[in-house]
Design a protein around this ligand. Structure first.
Ligand code: CA2
Length: 148
């Protein structure tokens, strides 16, 4: 049975490649989706790739991934929750409540940036946390899921 990888992206990541290239690079979210599709194909995973600017949509998608997890059909969730990383107890509760294997991902090295980006509500419930590899981090995270 083919396992599925959920790659979920939070607020403003739809703007990737249009501003702040010194922080986030110049690739677009469509480019990131392609990177993820290539990585998933390498491992025989099915990819679900989504972005939302709404916290509740991200919660609903984690629940959706949780149902696959319960059925033994989920490889894991790669979540770039963007600013919600630093604010969202709701996303933490969704990850804890579903038990999905989570990679928390950031394009930039959040620890080299403003102090408000240093704390993550999600890290406590994540199996792995990665940051600072640019958008290539998404492919590395999927490679990591294949080792679990
Ligand atoms: O480094 C990351 O991936 C972040 O999750 C990105 C978030 C930021 O709030 C986190 O602290 C770190 C911001 C995403 C917004 O992305 C944009 C990209 C281009 C132009 C404008 C926003």
């Amino acid at each position: 049975m083919t396992k599925t990888v959920y790659v979920l992206n939070g607020p403003n990541l739809n703007l990737l490649g249009t501003r702040e290239p010194q922080v986030y690079g110049s690739q677009t979210l469509a480019d990131v989706e392609q990177l993820c599709a290539t990585a998933c194909a390498r491992h025989g995973f099915t990819l679900v790739f989504r972005q939302s600017n709404h916290e509740g949509a991200l919660v609903d998608w984690i629940h959706e991934a949780g149902r696959l997890h319960a059925a033994g059909q989920l490889a894991g969730v790669v979540l770039n929750a963007a600013a919600y990383t630093h604010t969202s107890v709701a996303l933490l509760d969704a990850v804890k409540g579903t038990g999905v294997p989570l990679v928390e991902l950031h394009i930039s090295n959040v620890h080299a940036r403003e102090s408000f980006r240093h704390h993550s509500y999600l890290a406590a419930a994540a199996r792995a946390v990665m940051c600072g590899f640019g958008v290539q981090g998404y492919a590395l995270a999927i490679d990591g899921l294949a080792q679990w």
